[in-house]
Design a protein around this ligand. Structure first.
Ligand code: HAM
Length: 537
């Protein structure tokens, strides 16, 4: 690097990574108010706070959210950690894969390595992930195919034997390549991901701490950062914040669904969030004649209009046809409007459940609209699905999403357990509050202490300490200031009062308090100060 370039590099200004951001005062005061309100409202509904780790095994999210979803397949921040625990040293390099392939020449060695590999997977030395399981199954089956290619005899003329041998090598080659690919796909270190959401973690914690033994249902809420590698735009970040709640265990009574939604609405009302709209739907459950039947019909209808759909929707016909209903593409809208609707496919149980949820919402005075196209982007949902949109958010207007997920705890190795919950996008909630003028414009300060002279400094320290102990915010300047300068600063800091302490005030015990908005000035004793401030607030 040339010298000027090195200097420039040294002076490089670092910036927050794309999709992440700093939250600064005074905006953070609004974040605190929102979070405080969540603590208060959720407590009144009997919820307790849970704090789960920021990172978890990748497999937890793959299993819970779904390997084919955008969140898991494209958006997770994943990394490997820990010591490699596989065969042959670090087990991941090319040389190791060659050793493995060469071992396939000897039936005894091949058997040994295959057995070792399986044993390591079963004991968990090689991470027990769906990807690893697939790779090992491929290795087993390809090894069998390879074994079936018998070595030619080297009887007969030498050039014929050589020719046969090269044919044999060529025949083996594609199988060996397949084996090598599969070998290199085995991930032998722990696969970890930053959490893209927290429902999977809460269910993991429910199982890990035997919460099924507590009185059911267990009602938990959480708040904190989540991570998804999405294309950043207004209201969409790579590190974003959620406030979420989950109800686990007990029954799937529709009243639980309705109460979860009522709590959400109460929270938004308490914050003064405007222009919200709650959409609900039932997506049935994954049995033959309910959702599965619907998905099949949807797929076949979509295949009929495949040519008219965009690339994303075309791909989703195979991977997850329900997600086509989510499409925002203008030209797809009339096509989607004509597709079959899930409501016509719900089984009797799901229909009854959905009708009861709606009745219960009515009883609670919760307003909603039904949206048959609301399907949600995570695999664990069944029956009730809901979303809330809010004003001022542009295209990313979903401020909250949630739904029922009976079966998820079981999928993660726990007992059959009912579950329902939601997560609010806190960044979007804040944006919407700001857009509707609900944000404090500037951090407020109660008292600025303008002290002059060493005697006054000691008194100022005492006054600051006592006022702060009573919850009053105080700015105590670190150095002495001239009177005019002190007043200038107090108004720059938006203080409500200036407490003026000079030699006269200290010796007489009569302090001067100036109300900055009006300019009024009064004399006051130390004993009366606090009561006076409280009265004027
Ligand atoms: P989700 O719909 O993926 O659901 O996310 C919930 C909310 O998080 C969204 O409605 C949105 O407000 C916010 N959000 C999502 N991605 C971003 C982003 N990149 N930037 C800013 N905000 C974002 C879940 O996460 C489920 N775990 C909700 C749930 C809990 N279902 C049952 N229990």
């Amino acid at each position: 690097m040339s010298e000027p370039a090195a200097k420039k590099e040294e002076r490089r200004k670092f910036q927050a990574i794309r999709g992440t951001r700093d939250l600064l005062p005074p905006e953070t005061a609004l974040w605190t108010r929102v979070e405080q309100t969540a603590h208060e409202v959720f407590r009144t509904f009997g919820y307790g706070e849970i704090r789960v780790p920021i990172f978890e095994p990748t497999e937890l999210f793959a299993r819970a959210v779904g390997g084919e979803t955008d969140i898991v397949s494209k958006e997770m921040y994943s990394f490997e950690e820990g010591q490699s625990k596989g065969l042959f040293g670090d087990g991941e390099g090319m040389q190791d894969s060659m050793d493995f392939i060469n071992a396939q020449n000897s039936p005894i060695l091949m058997d040994k390595y295959l057995n070792d590999l399986t044993a390591e997977y079963e004991t968990g030395a090689i991470a027990r992930t769906a990807d690893n399981e697939r790779a090992i199954a491929t290795i087993r089956s390809v090894s069998k195919e390879l074994f079936a290619i018998s070595k030619p005899s080297d009887e007969g003329p030498e050039d014929l034997a050589i020719k046969r041998f090269f044919e044999y090598v060529a025949l083996r080659k594609p199988f060996e390549e397949k084996l090598q690919d599969a070998w290199l796909q085995i991930r032998k270190r722990d696969q970890i991901s930053l959490r893209p959401e927290a429902t999977a973690s809460v269910c993991r914690a429910y199982i890990e701490h035997n919460m099924q033994q507590l009185p059911q249902p267990v009602k938990l809420y959480y708040m904190g950062p989540m991570f998804r590698r999405e294309r950043p735009q207004k209201g969409r970040y790579r590190q974003f914040y959620q406030i979420g709640a989950e109800v686990l265990g007990g029954t799937d009574a529709p009243a639980i669904d309705a109460e979860v939604i009522e709590m959400l609405v109460t929270f938004f009302d308490r914050l003064g969030l405007e222009g919200t709209e709650l959409s609900i739907n039932s997506i049935g459950h994954a049995v033959d004649n309910c959702r599965r039947g619907y998905v099949e019909e949807l797929r076949s209808e979509l295949n009929k209009v495949k040519d008219k759909l965009g690339a994303d929707s075309q791909r989703r016909i195979d991977t997850n046809p329900l997600r086509v209903l989510d499409s925002k593409l203008e030209h797809e809208q009339p096509i989607i409007a004509a597709l079959p609707k899930i409501a016509d496919h719900l089984c009797d149980e799901c229909k009854t459940h959905y009708a009861a949820v709606k009745r219960d919402l009515d009883l609670r005075g919760v307003k909603y609209v039904e949206n048959w196209r609301l399907v949600r982007g995570l695999d664990y949902y069944m029956r009730t699905a809901f979303e809330i949109t809010a004003r001022g958010l542009g295209s990313q207007n979903a401020v909250c999403g949630g739904g029922r997920y009976d079966g998820l705890v079981e999928l993660l190795g726990g007992p059959p357990t009912k579950g329902i919950g939601f997560a609010i996008g806190e960044d979007r909630l804040i944006l919407s509050l700001q857009e509707s003028g609900k944000a404090p414009s500037q951090q407020s300060l109660d008292v600025y202490i303008a002290w002059m002279g060493p005697n006054a400094y000691a008194t100022a320290i005492r006054a600051a300490k006592n006022l702060r102990a009573a919850g009053v915010s105080v700015e105590l300047p670190p150095t002495e200031q001239k009177f005019g300068k002190a007043l200038e600063r107090s108004s720059k800091l938006n203080a409500k009062f200036a407490l003026i302490l000079g030699d006269n005030e200290v010796s007489s015990g009569e302090w001067t308090l100036k109300t900055l908005a009006t300019g009024d000035q009064t004399k006051i004793t130390e004993a009366n100060l606090l009561a006076h401030l409280k009265q004027r607030q």
